[in-house]
Ligand binder design. Sequence first.
Ligand SMILES: [Zn+2]
Ligand SMILES: [Zn+2]
Length: 135
Amino acid sequence: MNEQELLARGGLAATDKRVLVLRALAEAHGPATPQELHDALGARLNRVTLYRILDLLVEHKLAARHNAGERAFRYCLLDGAAGHAHFTCSRCGHTECLGSSGFGLMLGELVRRLPMRVDSMDISFGGVCQGCLAG
Ligand SMILES: [Zn+2]
Ligand SMILES: [Zn+2]
C-alpha cells in the first residue's frame, strides 16, 4: 500500500507534506524521533508542520506514538492496528517495533478476541538487545 492509499484509509487527504512524513516514517529504521524525521526531511518541512502532521497521523491511527523513556516521543507507522509493542535496550538505547514479530501478531490476535473495542495500545518492554547481548 502506498502513502496515498494509507492516507485515504485514514480518512485524510493526500497532501504532499503528509506523504513526505509517511514516507520518512516508512524509511526510518524503527521508531523515529521528530528530530530524526526532521533530519531526514531536511528543508522540505518545518518543525511545526512536522509535529502537526505527526499528531494528525496518530489521531487517524496511521502512526503510533511511543514513549521510550526519553525526552522525545518516537513515532512509527501503524498498520491499521490499535498499536503494537516496542522494545528498548537499556544499554544502547536501540528501540524497535514488535509489530510484525511473532509476538506482535499474537498480541493483535489477543486484542481482536477481547469483547471491548481497543482504540489504543502502548506496551513497552525494556531489556538488553541481541546486539548488546552478543557483545
Ligand atoms: Zn542494545
Ligand atoms: Zn512501532
